[in-house]
Design a protein around this ligand. Structure first.
Ligand code: C5P
Length: 224
């Protein structure tokens, strides 16, 4: 329906969880399925965009015509995003980047010793969007915010702190949406008085509307 309105645009999308190793057999991750990011990548490709998808571990198939760059750790996702950011027009960061990673990764499998508890020393991971902001030239940058309380206030804080053009907020305490689900109910937030509340929709439908709004935010394509 929207034809090829993203033709010539280069979209970088991140999706899925990150995975932080503890030792050769164990890791820390989260419930992200990657569905929202994959839906955006697929929809943008169909509308003519050149799409690169930087993906943490998911069980999803690569969308047709999309370059998929796999990664695991948050630091790896950061490196891949920074490598590709300069050559994109839009970054949409749907990935659920883990906030903490083990400070040191054990080379051998950690052995249980009797009833001894195991203490893990976790360090904060890099904030990818904050780092990206320092390299921003012409790009439109969109973040996601999964919140369980004070949804709008928290998302507005992230919009500012991370220097975003748009943030997509959802309430993860609401049943039947969000993580793992095929549905999502989001608010598109550009500022305290620029909030669009969408109804409960499929992630594919949310992707379509989001791509409409981002298209309207982008500077005109070069050569058009
Ligand atoms: O985790 P948080 O709610 O701050 O995430 C909001 C946005 O920031 C998301 O778009 C997420 O992909 C991004 N993020 C990031 N680097 C992190 C954590 C989150 O870029 N370390």
């Amino acid at each position: 329906a929207q034809a090829e309105d993203w033709t010539g645009r280069r979209l970088l999308v991140t999706a899925g969880p990150t995975r932080e190793p503890i030792d050769p057999v164990r890791f820390i991750t989260n419930h992200s399925s990657g569905k929202m990011g994959y839906a955006i990548a697929e929809a943008a490709r169909k509308r003519g965009a050149v799409v690169t998808l930087i993906s943490g571990p998911t069980s999803l198939d690569a969308p047709a015509g999309v370059e998929v760059i796999p990664c695991q750790r948050a630091s790896e996702m950061r490196d891949r995003v920074l490598e590709r950011f300069g050559e994109c027009d839009v970054l949409v960061m749907t990935a659920a980047v883990g906030d903490f990673a083990p400070a040191d990764i054990h080379k051998e499998k950690i052995k249980k010793s009797g009833d001894q508890p195991l203490l893990l020393n976790l360090q904060p991971t890099p904030d990818i969007l904050k780092e990206v902001a320092a390299h921003k030239t012409h790009q439109t940058v969109v973040g996601f915010a999964a919140e369980s309380e004070n949804v709008v206030q928290s998302a507005l804080g992230k919009l500012q702190r991370k220097h975003l053009d748009l943030i997509v907020a959802n309430d993860i305490s609401a049943p039947g949406i969000g993580f793992q689900s095929d549905f999502n109910q989001v608010q598109l937030i550009r500022g305290a008085d620029a909030i669009e509340v969408l109804p409960r929709l499929t992630k594919r439908e949310v992707a379509g509307i989001l791509l409409d709004r981002i298209r309207d935010l982008m500077p005109p394509a070069r050569g058009s």
